[in-house]
Design a protein around this ligand. Structure first.
Ligand SMILES: *Cc1c(COP(=O)(O)O)cnc(C)c1O
Length: 395
C-alpha cells in the first residue's frame, strides 16, 4: 500500500496534491497520520480482510458471458462481479476500509457525500455496523432520481441532507460535506471515490485495489494468461483504478476507462472530463476539470448519477498523460443498448454506470481474436436504476 508508479509527496505526476484552507489541512494531516499507522498494522489489515470475506462476500465472482460472445463474435468477455457485493456495488470496499480507520482514530461520526446513492448506502451500512452516527449529503436532484437508495439510507439509520444549491448534484454534495467536516471535530469524512485532496486518492485506491488483485489472480488461475484489455467506467475513478492497479505492471494489458458522453459533446450534456477537460483545481486537488467560461466547474450530465462529476481522480489524469491508460466516452443511447443486451442475454441487470464500460466492450469485442480476453468491471447492479430505465424504455 501507500506506493504507486509516479507517486511522490501526494502527487501522481503533476496531479493530486492538496489545495485546501488551513482548517481542512489540519484534518487531512490527522487523517494521513492515522492512515499511515493503520496500513502498517497487520491487525487492521486482517480485520479488513475478514470483513471483505464475511461481510461483503469477497472474493467477488468472475463470470464469462458466453451468450454475448456468441451473439457478437470476436473475443471472450469476462465480468468482475462487484455487483454481487453486499449493498450492490464496489463502494462497500472503500467504505469499510475508511470506517475501520475512523473507529481506530476514535471518531464517533461519519460524514459522506453521495451521487447515485450507492456510496451513501455503503456509508450508512458501515456506520450501522460500527455503531457510528452517519450524515449523508446528497444533491436534491439526485434525492429525487434515486429514491430507493434514499429509503435504504434512512432504514439503515442515516440522516440524508438534500443539498439545494447550484446544480443540486454530486459536486454540491461534496462542497456541503467538506463544510460540515470542517465544522465538526468528532466526524470522519468518508469520501466515496479516488478524488479530493491527498491522502484520499491514494487511500481509496488502496481499499479498492482488492478488485484488481482478485481479478488478476482469477483470470490467470483459470485461463493461464492475462486479459488483453480491461475496461471500467470512470466517474471519480475508484472502481477503474481498483481494477487497473492490479495490472499496471503488466505492460501488455491494455487499460481503458470509459466516461459518460451523455447526450452529446455540447457543454452541459456530458461528463467526459478526460476527453475534453483541461488541467485545473477542483475540490482541493489538481486534475483534469470541466470548466465553464468563468473557470467555475462546468455543468455536467450523465444518465448515470454516479458518473456526473466535473473532475476525475488524479491518478487517471497521470495515466492518461503518460499514455498507460486510454480514456474514451460512450453516449447515453449506447449505454442503454448495452444495458438491455446484458439483461436479455446474460440475465444480469447492470448499473447504468457499469453499462458505460459494457457499451465500449461491445464495440471492440467483435474485432478481437477468438482467444483474446476482454475483462469488464461490473461495478454495480442496476436495481436502483429501474425508475430511469422504465421512463426510457416506456413500460
Ligand atoms: C459510484 C459508482 C460508480 C462511479 O464511481 P467511481 O469512483 O468512478 O468508480 C460506478 N459504478 C457504480 C455502480 C457506482 O455506484
Amino acid at each position: 500500500m501507500m506506493s504507486g508508479k509516479g507517486f511522490v509527496n501526494g502527487f501522481f505526476g503533476d496531479y493530486g496534491g492538496s489545495f485546501v484552507p488551513e482548517g481542512i489541512q489540519l484534518r487531512l494531516d490527522e487523517l494521513m497520520e492515522g492512515y499511515q499507522k493503520a496500513r502498517e498494522d497487520s491487525s487492521f489489515l486482517e480485520e479488513l480482510q475478514r470483513l471483505f470475506s464475511d461481510y461483503v462476500g469477497r472474493p467477488s465472482a468472475l463470470t464469462e458471458c458466453r451468450n454475448i460472445s456468441e451473439e457478437l463474435g470476436g473475443g471472450r468477455l469476462f465480468l468482475k462481479r462487484e455487483d454481487l457485493n453486499h449493498t450492490g456495488a464496489h463502494k462497500i470496499n472503500n467504505a469499510l476500509g475508511q470506517a475501520l480507520l475512523a473507529k481506530r482514530m476514535g471518531k464517533k461520526e461519519i460524514i459522506a457525500e453521495t451521487g447515485a446513492g450507492m456510496h451513501g448506502t455503503a456509508s450508512a451500512t458501515v456506520a450501522a455496523l460500527m455503531g457510528m452516527k452517519c450524515t449523508v449529503y446528497m444533491g436534491a436532484v439526485d434525492v429525487e432520481r434515486q429514491e430507493p437508495n434514499v429509503h435504504r439510507m434512512k432504514v439503515l439509520g442515516a440522516e440524508v441532507v438534500a443539498v439545494q444549491h447550484g446544480q443540486k448534484t454530486l459536486k454540491e454534495a461534496v462542497d456541503s460535506a467538506l463544510e460540515a467536516w470542517m465544522n465538526n471535530d468528532n466526524a470522519f469524512y468518508l469520501l466515496g471515490s479516488v478524488v479530493g485532496p491527498h491522502p484520499y486518492p491514494l487511500m481509496v485506491r488502496d481499499f479498492q485495489s482488492v478488485i484488481g488483485r482478485e481479478a488478476r489472480a482469477q483470470v490467470l488461475g483459470r485461463e493461464g494468461k492475462l486479459p488483453r484489455t480491461i475496461v471500467a467506467c470512470v466517474g471519480g475513478g475508484s472502481n477503474a483504478i481498483g481494477l487497473f492497479s492490479g495490472f499496471l505492471d503488466d505492460p501488455d494489458v491494455e487499460l481503458v476507462g470509459v466516461e459518460p458522453g451523455g447526450k452529446g459533446m455540447k457543454y452541459g450534456e456530458h461528463a467526459a472530463t478526460l476527453s475534453v477537460g483541461e488541467p485545473g483545481v477542483i475540490h482541493g486537488f489538481r486534475t483534469y476539470v470541466l470548466s465553464d467560461e468563468k473557470g467555475e466547474p462546468a455543468e455536467v450530465y450523465s444518465i448515470a448519477s454516479g458518473l456526473d462529476y466535473p473532475g476525475v481522480g488524479p491518478e487517471h489524469a497521470h495515466l492518461k498523460d503518460i499514455e498507460r491508460a486510454m480514456y474514451v466516452n460512450v453516449s447515453d443511447s449506447e449505454t442503454m443498448d448495452a444495458f438491455s443486451l446484458l439483461c436479455k442475454k446474460e440475465g444480469i441487470i447492470p448499473a447504468l454506470e457499469s453499462s458505460h464500460a459494457l457499451a465500449y466492450a461491445f464495440k471492440v469485442l467483435p474485432g478481437m481474436k477468438r482467444d483474446d480476453i476482454l475483462l469488464v468491471n461490473l461495478s454495480g447492479r442496476g436495481d436502483k436504476d429501474m425508475p430511469i430505465v422504465r421512463d426510457i424504455l416506456n413500460f
